[in-house]
Design a protein. Structure first.
Length: 146
């Protein structure tokens, strides 16, 4: 079992314990998809995802997520343009929800995950990333229930 699998296990546990019955399914799946994007070596991992979002014209927004200040918002349309409509549509089909709901959830989830994975205001190396991920994602879902 990899450290990332352990991180995902903690997140699954947090969602299951903090969500109303039946409410965690789609958000849980979307979180797994975000973690999948971040952990995919073919996409360049977290650095690759950050570069993709920046190259899509959202450099200020993603810099705010990595930085220590307030996270700037993005719209569902901006997110779909950067990630690709086919990617968002695929998630919608996978989880049985409409694309607007997927994009809307991702506009909240993606900035929070990137923010939690970059607690020092910069993209950490691989080992620090996994350690930060475990602590950050755990606190993200602990705060969600508050």
């Amino acid at each position: 079992m990899s450290i990332l699998d352990a991180v995902l296990g903690v997140v699954k546990s947090q969602i299951t314990n903090n969500a109303a019955p039946g409410a965690a399914g789609a958000d849980h799946g979307l979180l797994e998809s975000v973690i999948g994007m971040i952990s995919d070596p073919q996409s360049g991992g977290l650095s690759g995802l950050i570069e993709k979002i920046s190259a899509g014209g959202l450099g200020d927004q993603v810099a705010s997520w990595v930085g220590k200040g307030e996270n700037l918002p993005i719209s569902a349309e901006q997110l779909q343009a950067v990630l690709g409509s086919s990617f968002v549509q695929g998630l919608a089909e996978k989880f049985g929800i409409n694309t607007a709901d997927v994009a809307g959830s991702l506009t909240s989830l993606l900035p929070q995950v990137i923010d939690k994975l970059t607690p020092d205001g910069q993209v950490p190396g691989d080992n620090k990333l996994l350690e930060a991920g475990l602590a950050g994602l755990t606190s993200l879902f602990a705060n969600k229930s508050a």
